[in-house]
Every structure is written in structure tokens, then in C-alpha cells.
Design a protein around this ligand. Structure first.
Ligand code: MN
Length: 314
């Protein structure tokens, strides 16, 4: 891991297959009591396709401690994609959804114009916790849509030369996720069942990132490790992956965003006013609703910081 907030980049790292990639180191952040590796957004790299947030946490022991405790908080303008490699987490939201998630399953929450949710290790939880939290920015028309929640108990899988690929968004290696997404994207977990090397076909119109959460691996000839993110620009139609047995990799990609994005706290907007309005509504207790069954207080929004209310791309 890098030191906190050090966002070190090595531009144009050439891959052994002759095509450039770019390796970025994430930063350490905290979500409640849990330390996370934040891989997106970074100053240097704000989004990949519609993927605009990537946190990796664990693996860690949560035996005998509270574990993940994220009180009710609001979202607008995005989908949250919750994916575990170990443990269990209970989701509740202001639509009345109450859903436990376990490894290999998908919780997909579409915020649209506004939703609130909580995420917590239940009272009786598994002793280990390991997962990723991802966000997808919603495109224009869906930003004002009604909120929604989907749970997928099982997802399609594909095999490639020793990699077991689970596709949770879009399609890859002939497997297509049933999850509802609103822009051209792909999201998949790749588990190396043995020491292996495989060539994976990519959608050339997409930009991609590859990151790993366990083990050792190379992507496009570049060594990657937990806490780093390898970016592959549009135009690639394949990447070669090599991994040792037990390695866990993720591939995310999509069509580069063509709308301005303003991200602040748990909100994704297209203008600073979107964010200001959402923060005001959360502090007033309007728009986002209540979460049935949650014991405890909601999270207050931090003070608005005008400097951070800037959009990208430019
Ligand atoms: Mn959330």
C-alpha cells in the first residue's frame, strides 16, 4: 500500500504484449472503522466507463467485533454494486429492502433521484470480511429515475484456461449478467483455480481497468498487486492475464463517460447544484425516506466544500 493520499502514477507502462497500460496506486481511506484501498476516483483517474468509485476492503477478521457498520446515508445519480469475496453484510434501504449478501451474489442499488441505505455486519456475522464496493454513474435520463434495488443470488460464469470468471455486469467471455445497468459496461471477478495464463477478449470501444484483491498476477505483462489499478485505454481487443493459484482479479470497463460528473460524499451529479440540493434535502430529512428496521442514527453530511464541487471531464 502507498501512504495515505499518495496517488502515484507511472504513465504509459508498456505491457509485454506491446500495448500500453498505466499503473496507478490507490490510497488508503476509512469507511467507519474499516480501512479501505480506494482505487477510484483518484486525482489522476476519475472514472473508467461509468465506473466512478472502487473501494477494496479486507480480507480482515471481524470475529467478536462490530465489523462493517455504515449507518443510513443517501445516494443520488449512481448505482451501488456490492460484491463480497468472504463474509456477509446486511443491506437495508428506504424502499423497504432488507437483503443479506454473501460471496458470489450481487446487491445492485439504483439511486436515481434519491435513496438511502445502511450496510452492516449483522449481529451474528461470519468471522471474516472481504469485499469491494463499486459505483456506476447513471447517464442523463436515468439520473432522475425512481430508485430501485436488485439482488442476484447467482450470476453466470465462464471459464478461460484455469480462470473462473463471474460476470456481475455486462458480458465477458460469453457470459452475460442479468443485472440492470444503464450504459455499456462490464464488471467481472476472475478467480485463478490454478497457476495459469490466459488471453481474454475485450470490447475495443471500452476503456478497462484490472485490479486484484488477493495473490499475484500480471496483466498485459505488467505486475499488479492489491492496491494498484492497471488502466487499459480504448482500442484494445484482448489482454493476457497470468496469475498464481488462488489469485482474485477484477476487470471493469465501459464506454468513456461523455457527461460532466460532480462527485461529493455519496452523491453523483452533473452540476454543483445537484449536490447542494441533495445535501440540503438530506439535512432536512426530505427526498430520501426512512429505513425500516434500522436501529440508530443516520450519517450527517459533511460540510459542503465548494472547492471539491468541480466536474470532470473539464
Ligand atoms: Mn452507500
Amino acid at each position: 500500500m502507498s501512504t495515505a493520499d499518495a496517488d502515484v502514477s507511472v504513465p504509459d507502462t508498456p505491457g509485454a504484449d506491446g500495448q500500453p497500460g498505466e499503473l496507478t496506486t490507490g490510497r488508503v481511506a476509512r469507511v467507519g472503522d474499516i480501512e479501505v484501498r480506494r482505487l477510484l476516483p483518484l486525482r489522476h483517474r476519475r472514472s473508467v466507463g461509468a465506473w466512478c468509485f472502487v473501494d477494496h476492503y479486507g480480507p480482515m477478521s471481524v470475529d467478536g467485533v462490530a465489523g462493517m457498520q455504515v449507518p443510513p446515508h443517501p445516494h443520488i445519480g449512481l448505482q451501488t454494486v456490492t460484491w463480497l469475496l468472504d463474509g456477509n453484510v446486511l443491506h437495508r434501504d428506504s424502499l423497504g429492502s432488507e437483503q443479506m449478501i454473501r460471496p458470489g451474489q450481487l446487491n445492485l442499488m439504483t439511486a436515481g433521484q434519491g435513496i438511502a441505505h445502511s450496510e452492516e455486519s449483522p449481529d451474528e456475522h461470519d468471522p471474516r470480511l472481504h469485499g469491494v464496493q463499486l459505483w456506476l454513474a447513471l447517464p442523463g435520463p436515468q439520473r432522475q429515475a425512481a430508485p430501485g434495488f436488485e439482488h442476484h443470488a447467482a450470476l453466470p460464469m465462464a471459464g478461460r484456461a484455469g480462470f473462473e470468471i463471474t460476470v456481475f455486469a455486462g458480458s465477458l467471455a460469453g457470459a452475460r449478467s442479468p443485472a440492470t445497468v444503464f450504459s455499456p459496461v462490464v464488471g467481472a471477478q476472475l478467480h485463478a483455480g490454478r497457476d495459469t495464463r490466459a488471453r481474454l477478449g475485450l470490447e475495443p470501444g471500452y476503456e478497462h481497468v484490472i485490479f486484484m484483491v488477493a495473490g499475484t498476477a500480471e496483466a498485459g505483462g505488467t505486475a499488479i498487486s492489491p492496491g494498484t489499478l492497471l488502466y487499459l485505454p480504448p482500442g484494445r481487443d484482448q489482454v493476457t492475464l497470468a496469475a498464481t493459484a488462488g489469485a482474485e482479479l477484477f476487470l471493469l470497463g465501459g464506454t468513456p463517460l461523455d457527461q460532466p460528473v460532480v462527485m461529493w460524499w455519496n452523491f453523483v451529479g452533473t452540476t454543483p447544484q445537484d449536490i447542494i440540493d441533495a445535501a440540503r434535502d438530506w439535512s432536512r430529512g426530505s427526498r430520501f425516506g426512512e429505513i425500516p428496521g434500522y436501529r440508530g442514527k443516520p450519517l450527517p453530511a459533511p460540510p459542503l466544500d465548494a472547492v471539491r464541487l468541480r466536474s470532470w471531464p473539464g
